[in-house]
Design a protein around this ligand. Structure first.
Ligand SMILES: *Cc1c(COP(=O)(O)O)cnc(C)c1O
Length: 390
């Protein structure tokens, strides 16, 4: 039997023990954690929609009409008219033929990948892809071929070496969740075509964020969706709610309805979350100002942190890593910022590789200029302190 106490003590000694902190407010610009009100710089609620009154009204009226739970999986008794409406809306938003929603982004990745690959398949996977992608590949029993982060030449070598596989899948985060950089989508697509692979992109942090009208990374690069491309995403980040989705060709979606186990064997997403996601997409389509504000806020904060000498890696999006390398230093910086009124979470292995611990700061469209200046000032202060210490 595992000695839990010893294992936890070992994590503690290495600065890797995780503890939950409890929030007694909505997820917004400010949040209250353990009685202290702090500026929130660590949610993926990029557009501030998680506590938006229009989304709340949509969810509340849907609960009044359809109740809270859905009662069963979609194929048994739970497929609601709002699932259909949301899937049509998402397919249109992502410019693909069809869409399927899942209870979460995590379960979407598990269910999509394990349905599209089997023990005779191979999956090419960026080293920094999200954990749910890795778990989906493991569940599929496919051969896993990881390539160095965004390294197109290394990927092509692997594709050449493994040309014997009939079923090949390339998967990449389109915005990397801990680094905030963007995958080289045009090159990935070129290789997918050249080597006859499906290309799946995880649009968790791109949907509602990238592209002229927030449609994501294809729009960002001026690319068109086609049968080879699978866009997975989540309703839980810029869209402010909960739930996962996948947009692809009609046949692929119909195949998933028949083969995707996390879709088939899990209770359907509540209708209220479909309604709030529908409202979120309508808002994003109608009003590009919030997204423009999000991106300019991110640029402002990144430039401020860089001018203080902080290393923000290759970040190009509202996800801004601040490299601190070692776990204990990382958590101490996070603690000090919290004392100063700023919530910025420390990120440690296994979420990031050993030696690459960081604070992960995420910007919201609703942060004001003075919020951003406040945070930059606090970073200046903790930097001075850590220099004194070293
Ligand atoms: C958050 C995230 C997921 C999982 O989505 P949830 O809806 O939170 O389960 C999947 N992929 C990436 C890249 C993510 O950042």
């Amino acid at each position: 039997m595992i000695n839990f106490k010893e294992e936890l003590a070992a994590l503690e000694a290495r600065g890797l023990r995780r503890k939950m902190r409890f929030v007694s407010s909505a997820c917004d610009r400010y949040i209250t954690i353990e009685g202290k009100k702090v500026l929130n710089f660590c949610s993926n609620n990029y557009l501030g929609l998680a506590n938006d009154k229009r989304l709340k009204a949509a969810a509340i009226s849907t609960i009044n009409k359809f109740g809270v739970g859905t009662g069963a999986s979609r194929l048994v008794s739970g497929s609601n008219i709002l699932h259909k409406r949301l899937e049509e809306k998402l397919a249109d938003f992502k410019r693909q033929e069809a869409c399927l929603v899942y209870p979460s982004g995590y379960s979407a990745n598990l269910g999509i990948i394990s349905a599209l690959a089997d023990r005779n398949s191979i999956v090419f996977c960026d080293r920094l892809n999200h954990a749910s992608i890795i778990d989906g590949i493991i569940l599929s029993r496919a051969q896993l071929a990881r390539y160095p982060h965004k390294d197109i030449n290394a990927l092509e070598e692997l594709l050449k070496k493994n040309s014997g596989y009939k079923n090949k899948l390339i998967i990449s985060d389109s915005v990397f969740s801990m680094d905030g950089d963007i995958a080289p989508l045009p090159e990935l697509l070129r290789l997918a075509e050249k080597y006859d692979c499906l290309l799946m992109i995880d649009e968790a942090h791109a949907t509602g964020v990238l592209g002229k009208s927030g449609r994501g990374t294809l729009e960002h690069f001026g690319l068109k969706a086609n049968k080879r491309i699978i866009q997975m995403g989540t309703l839980s980040k810029a869209l402010g709610g909960l739930g996962g989705f996948v947009c692809a060709s009609r046949e692929l979606i119909d195949y998933l309805v028949n083969r995707s186990r996390s879709f088939i064997f899990s209770t359907a997403l509540p209708a209220a979350l479909c309604a709030s996601a529908l409202e979120a997409i309508r808002i994003i389509e109608r009003d590009g100002n919030q997204r423009a504000r999000l991106l300019s806020n991110a640029d402002f904060l990144r430039a401020g942190l860089n001018s203080l000498g902080f290393n923000t890696l290759e970040s190009q999006t509202p996800i801004i890593p601040i490299l601190a390398k070692e776990p204990k230093l990382t958590m101490e910086l996070s603690r000090r910022l919290f004392e100063e009124g700023v919530f910025a979470q420390g990120i440690r292995p296994p979420t990031v590789p050993e030696g690459l611990c960081r604070l992960r700061v995420t910007v919201m469209a609703t942060h004001t200029k003075s919020d951003l200046e406040f945070v930059i000032d606090k970073f200046r202060k903790i930097r001075k302190k850590s220099e004194v210490r070293s």
